[in-house]
Design a protein around this ligand. Structure first.
Ligand code: SAH
Length: 246
């Protein structure tokens, strides 16, 4: 079970956190606390910035504005995991969902990758960050994942760190036990999970990926999953077999 307070609202802020510091909140955050949650001055919340751990704080509301008076530290900063998530961009609602779920499932880096059969070429990095923050606030992690610039699959392959095991979710892989496939990866290896676009991978893309060292070709059962479902399924398997679920 989670060893932390998951009932108090948790707010991500950019400012340094320390006892006695007062942090003016952005309009949207002030609105969320005072109008959506109807919290009044003096109400306790939790706050974190990805660097200084988690702190308890009290709300000071003045009209539409609100600030936080930081109290005691509730949890020390934890190091992020080491799990990269590589994905072909999807249309808005699906990418929102996928980014939130990937963050809840503990990825440390979000890396959009353009592939031939992808239908979306542009990623809204600000929106992705907003979704990552929302998921982090909700699930209790203390560090935000890095959000990388979009690259092409060719660039990914050229720059791929060969010591990082690449879990390649391949809709064309023969059905095989995914747990057994992942168990072949040495414990504590740095990992990346790759999920393709709704159009799937092209034959030459698949061939180039399978030539890389330390690639695990993962089959996710006998049905074709939508990319956002594949993300949840693959990251769940990886966390259960090789990651922080054990
Ligand atoms: N249009 C493709 C399916 C793409 S599904 C086709 O019909 O063949 C989108 C992505 O989800 C795939 O590129 C793959 O990364 C992942 N995926 C979906 N189903 C999968 C499965 N059964 N096994 C492995 N990966 C899968």
């Amino acid at each position: 079970m989670a060893g932390y307070d998951f009932r108090s609202p948790r707010l991500y802020v950019e400012a340094p956190l320390d006892s006695g510091v007062v942090i003016g909140l952005e309009r949207a955050q002030a609105h969320y606390l005072t109008t959506v949650l109807r919290l009044k001055s003096g109400h306790r919340v939790l706050t974190f910035n990805g660097r200084d751990g988690e702190w308890s704080a009290t709300i000071e509301a003045r009209g539409r504005a609100a600030s936080l008076l930081v109290g005691d530290r509730t949890r020390a900063q934890t190091a992020p995991g080491n799990l990269h998530y590589l994905f072909a961009p999807l249309k808005a609602a699906r990418i929102d969902y996928m980014v939130q779920k990937a963050v809840e499932l503990g990825v440390s880096r979000l890396q959009p990758v353009l592939t031939r059969h992808g239908q979306v070429a542009r990623v809204n990095a600000g929106r992705m960050r907003g979704n990552a923050i929302e998921a982090a606030q909700q699930c209790g992690i203390l560090s935000l994942p890095a959000i990388a610039e979009t690259i092409t699959l060719a660039e990914l392959i050229a720059a791929h760190d060969r010591t990082r095991h690449l879990v390649f979710c391949d809709e064309d892989a023969e059905i095989a036990n995914p747990v057994a496939a992942l168990e072949l990866v040495p414990w504590r290896s740095p990992l990346a999970v790759l999920v393709g676009p709704e159009g799937g991978f092209a034959a030459d893309e698949r061939e180039a990926l399978l030539k890389l060292p330390n690639v695990v070709r993962l089959a996710l059962g006998p049905r074709i999953l939508r990319a956002d479902t594949a993300a949840v399924a693959a990251l769940t398997l990886v966390q259960a077999v090789l990651g922080d679920w054990r």
